[in-house]
Design a protein around this ligand. Structure first.
Ligand code: NAP
Length: 492
């Protein structure tokens, strides 16, 4: 059985805390994959200190040389793609096809960031004064904490670690406790690519202890967090008095709007993929279908049929469409929300139970679930469930659809299904989400395109794409006077 350890200052360390946690396969809880040695507060502090001492030399390493190491990490990820994909499926539960998709995205992001190392350009700006000009340079912050969730245990760490390092920061990586195996392999890969000791450090430990110690450490100058809105906003408030920079990508409650003139087959298939794919455990998962009343009966009938057609099972077995919830806590949360939906008066059209039989009894499987006649005030229409549960809300027209779509604390992703170009552009103008899709699922993104949300979903600069390095750099402005004389004009 594997033993997972933290990594700091170039060494894997045995934790003195004596505390451990088990890594368990959510598709089969008899499969205990390994034991995590949970880092103590003292060890979390040591990791930050290792990053602090490594920063000076790493900052001085030319950006393209940093980029070469990151490019090598991308190649090593490619070499270990199957191993990483299998590890994702075993500890997180998504299917092998989904895990391979995650790896492809992660490798693309790391490659993209390696290229950015040759584009860390500033501006030259002409002055109001003769023989003067100004220019800008981008500089790293220092120690950056990367705090990540379990649902994309390779891609999300990769899209934080790679740009942070390219920009010249050193990193303390604190992954979710539920997904240590992938975090260990990713750390091995980045270090094997040639990072000097202390540049990337891994802390395996609980959020409330090791995580808290990292975010409270005065040497940490910036925190890139992905996880729940509750944790993200708490962390933001906690570090605000120190003026720490925070980038937080948090929860979602993503709507699709289905108009009368849509291609119904496309709308149904895309909504089903968005709602039930990856077991609904994507931040961009579709959780609300807002459907024009006149076509709602047909939409519901067809999506129920599609929901029932998915094959649940162990993600490593060929032919499985949907894996389990990630752990007992998440599984109970999903079942609790299904009960809440029933109690609040929503009409359960399919699913609604733990899935059993046929190899499912030892895993955290929930039947794909569709509720109809959900109203905007119901909790299943407002709160993030993070499971295979879709709420259908019926509306009379486009204006009502937009009002309901935007009546949410969250603002990550959305979609519209229509062939009316005017409605497409009205939707794009009016929807309050950081990303939106036209006639395609709410899920998905590309390595070279910015990613993130608004409202209680997103804080700070967008991750990935042209904006990927923004959060990880400070701008320094340099004024150059080459007159050799006392300044004659006034600059205010
Ligand atoms: P979470 O419970 O908020 O945990 C996220 C990370 O924060 C974990 O590493 C956790 O450690 C750590 N943490 C918890 N308390 C902490 C503290 N006091 N100080 C420092 N770190 C702390 O979220 P999750 O359940 O792992 O992930 C699911 C959530 O992520 C969903 O809400 C989903 O929407 C969101 N998400 C958002 C995006 C996006 O881009 N918007 C992408 C993916 C996921 P432990 O694991 O040890 O508790």
């Amino acid at each position: 059985m594997a033993v997972y350890k933290s990594y700091m200052g170039g060494n894997w360390i045995d934790s003195a805390s004596g505390k451990t946690a088990s890594n368990i396969n959510p598709a089969n809880t008899n499969d205990v994959i390994g034991t995590i040695q949970l880092a103590s507060r003292e060890e979390a502090r040591q990791a930050v200190e290792s990053a602090y001492f490594a920063f000076r030399d790493w900052k001085r390493t030319p950006a393209p040389a940093r980029g070469r190491i990151i490019a090598k990490a991308a190649r090593l990820m490619e070499d270990r793609k199957e191993e990483l994909s299998a590890a994702i499926t075993r500890e997180e539960g998504k299917t092998l096809a989904e895990a391979r998709g995650e790896l492809t995205r992660a490798i693309n992001v790391v490659e993209f960031c390696a290229g950015e190392s040759r584009r860390m350009v500033g501006e030259t700006i002409p002055s109001e004064l003769p023989a003067n000009f100004a220019y800008t340079v981008k500089e790293p912050h220092g120690v950056v904490a990367a705090i990540t969730p379990w649902n994309f245990p390779v891609a999300i760490p990769a899209w934080k670690i790679a740009p942070a390092l390219v920009a010249g920061n050193t990193v303390v990586f604190k992954p979710a406790t539920l997904t240590p195996a992938t975090a260990v392999i990713l750390t091995e890969i980045f270090n094997e690519a040639g990072l000097p000791p202390g540049v990337l450090n891994l802390v395996l430990g609980s959020g409330s202890e090791a995580g808290d110690e990292i975010v409270c450490h005065p040497a940490v100058k910036a925190i890139s967090f992905t996880g729940s809105t509750e944790t993200g906003l708490r962390l933001y408030a906690q570090v605000a008095p120190r003026g720490v920079k925070v980038q937080a990508e948090m929860g979602g409650k993503n709507p699709v709007v289905v108009m009368e003139d849509c291609d119904m087959s496309l709308a149904v298939e895309s909504t089903a993929q968005g709602a039930f794919g990856s077991t609904g455990q994507r931040c961009t998962a579709t959780s609300r279908a807002i459907v024009i009343d006149r076509i709602a009966d047909e939409f519901v009938e067809r999506i129920v049929e599609r929901a029932k057609s998915f094959k649940l099972g162990d993600g490593s077995v060929a032919g499985t469409d949907i894996g389990p919830s990630v752990d007992e806590g998440q599984f109970n949360t999903v079942l609790k929300y299904i009960d809440i939906g029933r109690e609040d008066g929503a009409e359960l059209k399919c699913g609604g139970n733990r899935a059993t039989g046929d190899g499912l009894d030892d895993g955290y499987f929930v039947e794909p679930t569709v509720f109809d006649h959900v109203t905007p005030d119901m909790r299943i229409a407002r709160e993030e469930i993070f499971g295979p549960v879709l709420s259908v809300l019926r509306v009379k027209d486009f204006d009502e659809a937009m009002m309901i779509a935007n009546d949410s604390d969250y603002g990550l992703s959305s979609s519209v299904f229509t062939n009316d170009t005017n409605l497409v552009y009205r939707f794009v103008d009016e929807i309050e989400t950081g990303m939106t899709h036209i006639n395609s699922p709410t899920t998905g993104g590309e390595a070279h395109i910015p990613f993130g949300g608004v409202k209680h979903t997103g804080l700070g600069a967008r991750e990935q794409g042209s904006t990927s390095l923004d959060f990880y750099t400070e701008l320094k402005v340099v004024y150059v006077d080459y007159t050799g004389r006392k300044r004659e004009g006034n600059l205010y």
